[in-house]
Design a protein around this ligand. Structure first.
Ligand code: AMP
Ligand code: ZN
Length: 458
């Protein structure tokens, strides 16, 4: 069974063929650590984790690299606006290093909360300035650069293949959108190295053959991917917003410097919307994982919520939707608590339908349906179910192994109230029965009426 993935570069579903048999190199664009990553960002990070898990599960020896952007990502989409890190420094009155340290820690904490597997390396842009300068030098030697008063730019008209990822040519890009060309020769040209403003000192600036300054945002990814994976490597991921500019420019830099395609397969996950629209600070709907926790949700419920949508479809977040995901997850955990503990020797055997969906461009909605079919099938023994579910969860990452066979101990005081309630119901004393229900609920138990009488769950 081969893994098929939708490659943005070829606009088609392709069977995944590693460059080196048995191995897979992945570069996932990481966070800009100027603020907390929000739930939209985490939809993307959950998607890259899914890919990471599926490749490992396919038996491939993976090298998974995720960069940490701590310089050069400007507020504007062109090469304009303030550096996001500098803006945060001004707002919080801290140094760039302090901002990066704080938000990188917060990011890692959220990764752990969401059961996201660690990357093999999280290279930082500021720790790879020599590699980035070397790449600009190579591009200069190959005739792809020019100098303006504010930096060294990449001349996209010199690379005939420019635009192959988004299908746009260098002169037609952003048609209809007025962009400030400044001294740029072509609308799609972009900064490789920006000079520090002469009137003020930047905290983050480095010497270079062209003058003191800092690298452009796209450069770090090309330089660090090349350093840690070599080019071409297998898979590059990002959100769909990266297709037209960031990834197009990464491809151009790598191709201009090395003459090689950066990565064979390009995967892009769609956006998360909130209440049907864009997330925005002004509406106040830019939620973090901590916001979900503060409202009483389990971060894994958010992971479950994301898995319910295919990564190439827009997913709309609502609190009702998250509540439904939390309920489904709770139900699943409750069911598996009644199963037998897993046989530690059970070998990992993949269920055909489940893997068919996963291998079909990471179809998680289909995979979740198969998982529920298994869980709800009364003809399969719990031991057998356990074996399958543990296999599935190595890909889904819902952390279900912690729940299988872990029945909740009901304290004697609670059991006494349950018995009392059953007796009240037998005498049809519904006032007493309701009172006891409220008492149990007040103690944090969910009370259910079943054929066998009162049942309590946590
Ligand atoms: P940034 O920290 O801004 O570089 O973004 C990190 C990743 O999150 C990028 O790959 C973006 O494409 C992705 N991203 C940003 N906003 C959203 C969103 N609303 N939904 C899904 N992914 C997003
Ligand atoms: Zn990137």
């Amino acid at each position: 069974m081969s893994l098929r993935l939708y490659n943005t570069l070829t606009r088609s579903l392709e069977a995944f063929k590693p460059i080196t048999p048995g191995k897979a190199g992945v570069y996932a664009c990481g966070p800009t650590v100027y603020w907390f990553a929000h739930i939209g960002n985490f939809r993307y990070f959950i998607f890259s984790d899914l890919l990471h898990r599926v490749l490992k599960e396919s038996g491939l020896d993976t090298t998974f690299i995720m960069n940490i952007t701590d310089v050069g990502h400007l507020v504007g989409d062109g090469d304009d606006g303030e550096d996001k890190m500098m803006k945060a420094m001004r707002k919080e009155g801290k140094s760039a290093a302090e901002i990066a340290f704080f938000y990188t820690r917060a990011f890692v904490k959220d990764l752990l909360r969401l059961n996201i597997l660690p990357a093999d390396k999280y290279p930082r842009a500021t720790e790879h300035i020599p590699e980035q300068v070397a790449m600009v030098k190579q591009l200069e030697a190959n005739g792809f650069t020019y100098k303006t008063s504010d930096g060294i730019y990449f001349d996209t008209s010199k690379l005939p293949a420019y635009g192959k990822l988004s299908g746009q040519k260098s002169d037609e890009k952003q048609a209809g959108i007025r962009i400030d060309m400044g001294e740029k020769k072509n609308p799609t040209d972009f900064a490789l190295w920006k000079f520090s403003p002469t009137d003020q000192q930047r905290e983050m600036e480095w010497p270079s053959p062209w003058g003191v300054g800092f690298p452009g945002w796209h450069l770090e990814c090309s330089a660090m991917a090349q350093k840690y994976l070599g080019v071409p490597f297998d898979i590059h991921t990002g959100g769909v917003d990266h297709i037209a500019v960031h990834h197009e420019n990464e491809i151009a830099q790598t191709e201009g410097a090395s003459g090689k395609l950066e990565a064979n397969v390009w995967l892009h996950s769609e956006f998360l919307t909130v209440d049907g629209g864009k997330m925005s600070k002004s509406i106040g709907n830019v939620y973090t994982i901590q916001d979900l926790i503060d409202k009483g949700y389990d971060p894994i419920a958010y992971r479950y919520f994301c898995l319910q949508g295919h990564y190439r479809s827009i997913l709309n977040f609502t609190w009702e939707g998250l509540t439904a995901a939390q309920n489904a997850l709770n139900k699943l955990r409750q069911i598996v608590r009644d199963w037998s503990e897993p046989d530690p020797l059970a070998t990992a055997v993949m269920h055909t339908t489940f893997m068919l969906d996963i291998n079909n461009d990471l179809n998680t909605p289909g995979a979740l349906r198969t998982m529920w079919q298994l869980v709800d099938d009364d003809s399969i023994s719990s031991l057998e179910k356990t074996k399958w579910l543990v296999d599935y969860d190595r890909i889904l990452g819902l952390g279900l192994a912690d729940y299988i066979g872990k029945k909740i101990e009901i304290p004697k005081a609670v059991q006494d109230l349950v018995n009392e309630r059953d007796q009240a119901r037998a005498r049809k004393d519904f006032v007493m029965s309701d009172e006891l229900r409220m008492k149990l609920e007040g103690m944090g138990w969910v009370v259910k009426d079943t054929k066998e009488g009162t049942k309590v769950e946590k």
